[in-house]
Design a protein around this ligand. Structure first.
Ligand code: F6P
Length: 322
């Protein structure tokens, strides 16, 4: 294989630049011509291929976001969109494609590989919901951003005897919320995977107040049954029972910015280079991930349409340690 392309798709994740860098540099070392596709599948449909050499990806390993740009492309979800992309790949002589992204993006990879094109996915999303990788690019950084926010909220919370609802991203997966709750020593956490009613949280908060805590932290997963805004409405009506005054912080896209952690840079470097190795040895239609401390490949057909299960023992741990 002599000519390959790389794109980033879906929500950006800290470490995507490190993964692009690894694809470009390891591909170049193997004597391949490597092209970057701007703006994910949209750029592919438009047939945009930018030649990238090792020097073009210098100075980006420490940068968040993706210098190629990313997009959620509706047209690629249609067969005609994918056919356009396939024509663009073939007419430009591209022989293999690396797709760096999460669930939606890897569904795109799978559909393209089913059309006969050699595609390899790289597991990258802050949500950590992707089957085929224990941990995905961007998770560690996003988690540390949430953690820093919790630590700071505890400080101001203690000054005012306040409880904070802090909503974190993660779509339909509670991984980020659960890990942030454990690492941040939160009083409780709500997750998409478990129905927690507002009454239960009121009880936790009032217990914490009774026990003389100076602050309380509730980590709310954005995909939980009640998001932070809905919970805050309920708590306002039950203020007397809670004791603490209440404030809400929605972290949102703050979690996706910032410089990637060491762990994300290393993971991205491993997976990016691993994707090129896969293309070189002719192993296509797979997701490159990291499982049980080794680089792995999982057929994309076993990845798409699924959400990785949360370790519920950790939910119990979060409850025990409140
Ligand atoms: O998939 C990553 C993610 O940040 C989710 O956690 C969140 O639900 C979603 O993307 C937000 O999407 P957008 O960036 O399109 O607003």
């Amino acid at each position: 294989m002599k000519k390959i392309a790389v794109l980033t798709s879906g929500g950006d994740a800290p470490g995507m630049n490190a993964a692009i860098r690894a694809v470009v540099r390891s591909g170049s070392q193997k004597g391949m011509d490597v092209y970057g596709v701007p703006l994910g599948y949209s750029g592919l449909i438009d047939g945009k291929f930018l030649p990238l050499g090792p020097r073009d990806v210098g100075g980006i390993i420490q940068k968040g976001g993706t210098f190629l740009g990313s997009a959620r492309c509706e047209e690629f979800k249609t067969e005609s969109g994918r056919k356009k992309a396939l024509r663009a790949l073939n007419s430009n002589g591209i022989e293999g494609l690396v797709v760096i992204g999460g669930n939606g993006s890897q569904t795109g990879s799978y559909l393209l590989s089913e059309m006969g094109f050699p595609v390899v996915g790289v597991a990258s999303t802050i949500d950590n919901d992707l089957v085929g990788s224990d941990i995905t690019i961007g998770v560690d950084t996003a988690l540390n951003i949430a953690l820093e926010a919790i630590d700071r909220l505890k400080v101001t919370g203690s000054s005012h005897q306040r409880a904070f609802l802090i909503e974190v991203m993660g779509r339909k997966c509670g991984y980020l919320a659960l890990m942030a709750a454990i690492a941040g020593g939160a009083e409780t956490v709500t997750l998409p995977e478990v129905d927690v009613e507002p009454e239960e949280i009121v009880e936790v908060l009032s217990n914490a107040y009774e026990r003389g805590k100076s602050h309380a932290i509730v980590v709310v997963a954005e995909g939980a049954k009640y998001n932070a805004t809905k919970l805050a409405e309920y708590f306002t009506e039950h203020h007397e029972e809670i004791g603490f005054a209440l404030r809400v912080t929605i972290l949102g896209h703050v979690q996706r910015g910032g410089s990637p952690s060491a762990q994300d840079r290393i993971l991205a470097s491993r997976l990016g280079a691993g994707a090129v190795d896969s293309l070189e040895r002719g192993e296509y239609g797979v997701l490159v991930g990291w499982m049980n401390n080794v680089l792995t490949t999982t057929p994309l057909k076993d990845v798409v349409g699924k959400t990785k299960q949360l370790d519920m023992q950790l939910f119990e741990l979060a409850r025990v340690l409140d």
